[in-house]
Write a protein that binds this ligand. Structure first.
Ligand code: FE2
Length: 375
């Protein structure tokens, strides 16, 4: 049993960061064909493959690929037979995010503290063991079938985590540097409960709230709250549909994902123009924004460094807050169900999430929904 005497600094940290969360360690997706998905993320998004587990490494139940670009790590996992939990995840949700895994200072502490604060345990602390050593792991439920693993890989020298072996395939990176935020869609009435969960269990605070006055179109409306740790390293926006005339994009997601789940992962870049140029060249499909958006853009956001015609060509969106501006763009869903998509975001001082773009964006999404027969 460890005994530590808390310093004043440590006790302040435990008040604001009770679980000792450091950052998002990786995001794991369950997919129907991990080998082909890995190829897509390498060729389209410019992720390098760094590690693998599967039959060749002694994993008899699942195959799993680890992809990396900057500090972003995606893990793509697929079942190798009919009798694992992944199959039910796939049957219900299709390809989607299972785990937003968090690096913590101490897994046993994070897990015990989370459970004491009311989190549901998914997997008790244990050592993941492999040739290159052990890493402590535990998991709690976030909502529905989405979990948060806790890992403490400090000092581990292996390719990813124990169980995976180095299997390097270099790609041409597009300049993705880090995970900026991970957004969940919740059913009507569940947004506040989920925000309370992050406040109570993680000590996160409400960063920004949007309501349907901010985010509504002729058809759809949503409410959103952003929960974040005090260091603003882990940012978790949570959406729920608000009453609209027709089916909102959040309801469409909930219908096809069969409940709450991760709607999008926002990937931070230092050069959105270059990143989006390369992603488009690689065949990544983005939402189409009407030309008229650019006619009034500079009136809305004021002076910006980037040439307007380049932004218009790439269909990059711009929004500003008191502290600066951001560039952002959203992919179309990356699987057949209208569920998970990605955002590419560059922050030039702005700490917001693109509120000024929601209307243009949602009108674009509604065009797509109508084409899918879901509006
Ligand atoms: Fe976002």
């Amino acid at each position: 049993m460890k005994t530590t005497r808390e310093t004043p600094a440590a006790s302040a940290a435990s008040a604001t960061n009770p679980l000792g969360v450091r950052r998002v360690h990786h995001v794991e997706l369950v997919v129907g064909n991990a080998k082909q998905a890995a190829y897509f993320y390498r060729k389209a998004f410019g992720f390098s493959q760094v590690a693998y587990r599967g039959l060749e490494t002694g994993s008899r139940t699942e195959a799993s690929y680890v992809l990396e670009q900057g500090a972003v790590r995606l893990v793509l996992t697929t079942p190798l037979g009919p009798d694992t939990w992944h199959n039910e995840h796939l049957r219900l949700h299709g390809d989607g995010v299972r785990d937003v895994a968090l690096e913590v200072a101490d897994v046993d502490h994070a897990f015990a503290e989370a459970v004491a604060r009311g989190a549901e345990a998914v997997s008790a602390p244990r050592d993941l063991e492999g040739k290159e050593g052990a890493v402590r792991h535990a998991a709690i439920r976030a909502h529905n079938d989405t979990i948060h693993s806790f890992v403490a890989p400090q000092g581990y020298e292996g390719a990813f985590l124990p169980g995976w072996e180095a299997a390097r395939i270099e790609a041409r990176p597009v300049g993705l540097a880090a995970i900026d935020h991970v957004v969940s869609n919740m059913a009507v009435g569940d947004m506040d409960r989920q925000a309370d969960f992050y406040a109570r269990v993680f000590g996160f605070t409400r960063y920004i709230t949007f309501d349907d006055k901010d985010i509504s179109t002729e058809y759809s409306a949503l409410q959103s709250v952003v929960m974040s740790d005090h260091a603003r390293v882990v940012k978790m926006p949570i959406n729920e549909p608000a009453p609209g005339k027709r089916k909102s994009q959040i309801e469409e997601y909930l219908d096809w994902y069969h409940g709450s789940g991760v709607q999008h992962v926002a990937l931070l870049t230092g050069d959105a123009i270059e990143a989006v140029r390369r992603l488009r060249d690689n065949g990544v499909e983005f939402l189409t924004i009407p030309d008229s958006y650019y006619d009034t853009l500079l009136d809305r956001v004021g002076p910006i460094d980037e040439p307007l015609d380049v932004l218009r060509d790439l269909r990059l969106l711009v929004d500003r807050d008191d502290e600066g501006y951001l560039l952002q763009i959203f992919t179309k869903p990356v699987q057949d169900r209208p569920t998970l998509f990605y955002e590419i975001i560059q922050r030039k001082g702005c700490r917001g999430f693109g509120k000024g773009n929601f209307k243009a964006l949602f009108e674009s999404i509604e065009l797509e929904q109508a084409r899918r027969g879901n509006l």
